[in-house]
Design a protein around this ligand. Sequence first.
Ligand code: HGY
Ligand code: MN
Ligand code: MN
Ligand code: MN
Length: 418
Amino acid sequence: AHSQEHLVSLLNLQIDPDRLHRRIAALAEVGAIEGGGCARLALTDADRAGRDLVCGWMRELGLAVTVDAIGNVVGVRAGRVDGPPVMTGSHIDTVRTGGRYDGNYGVLAGLEVVAALNDAGVTTEHPLAVAFFTNEEGARFAPDMMGSLVYTGVLALDEALAVQGIDGATVGGELARIGYAGPAPVPGAVPRAFVELHVEQGPVLDREGTEIGVVESVQGISWTEIDIRGTSNHAGTTPMSLRRDAGWAAGSIIAFVRELAQELGGDQVATVGRIEFFPNLVNVVPNRAVLTVDLRNTDEARLRLAEARLAAHLDALRDAEKVDIATRKLARFAPVPFAPEMTARIERHARAQGLSTRRMPSGAGHDAQMLAAVCPTAMIFVPSVDGISHNVREYTRPHHIEAGARVLLAVLGELAGA
Ligand code: HGY
Ligand code: MN
Ligand code: MN
Ligand code: MN
């Protein structure tokens, strides 16, 4: 039953929009790059500075802050009873050309929910936790969602610590260097429920004019690193028929995956995001090329088909160009559906606040897809203007930033028993 003053305090429970916008702007100053975005690649000094800032805010809000062995940070607000917390969170590491909302928004909106509960003097039934997970992006160290994979016990700690990044450093070495190899054990405590608020990073909500995305699933992801070895040769004297041109082979893969996505249609997407030639000189036939292929689909069978077609193309290249090709799987996740009762809960609260909603899959990977394996999980999207993300021009309108935080407050308040 609720006492009179408790009901009054619930009525006072509301976010402070300016405080949320101020925190987003302040965190965006850390690792700020030209154009208003951020570069805080996982476990760099910029990431450490961002972590220090957010941990400071967690402590100011009275949260009990723990750091685990892979550097995941969890701030817990006590409830009336002990036990597993209701958790919200995301990530604060970014890609090299990151925006200020990807990941950061969900963590800071979680802190805003805590601040609103503090202001209203509300103690929830269950503990409430706000987390940020290590290396969600996977841009420096693959796989992505590394911290939440270790938190949920899917990826072994020693395997994660041994991962070598694109710059040669290891996860374990960098964690120690920035002082975020923490004492809390992994796998982490299983939350009662997990809700992640995130910008859509795609064009659907913005194009439709819909305010809240009720995320029903995250699509499957397949990352492959392809290492092609040929023969370096003189660009002028070597007849085309005598070449083992690793560069040409790499270029044919870029063209192939684009055509493959168009042929498969539907949700299929394909990207060659990283490529390196050796010796990378104007007048030398490359003897080596290293590139990555990112394939995604909401349908697991179609994703496997795309992978099989890529493998067949590599076989054809080995024969046609006489190059050696080695592949390494950097990440592979099947599509993940979220719990129907959790998506219904998001939808109900958004509608109760008069917001327009639409159900949709997530094109981007998120920590929520890992938490879904251990507890009831859901995601809330707000629109990204022009669907731009992983780009300093990433932008979400202030009233959408606020609307998403209000839905998060309502959902977490209900789950935690405000
Ligand atoms: O790659 C992704 O979808 C995410 O940004 N890590
Ligand atoms: Mn009560
Ligand atoms: Mn993200
Ligand atoms: Mn991202």
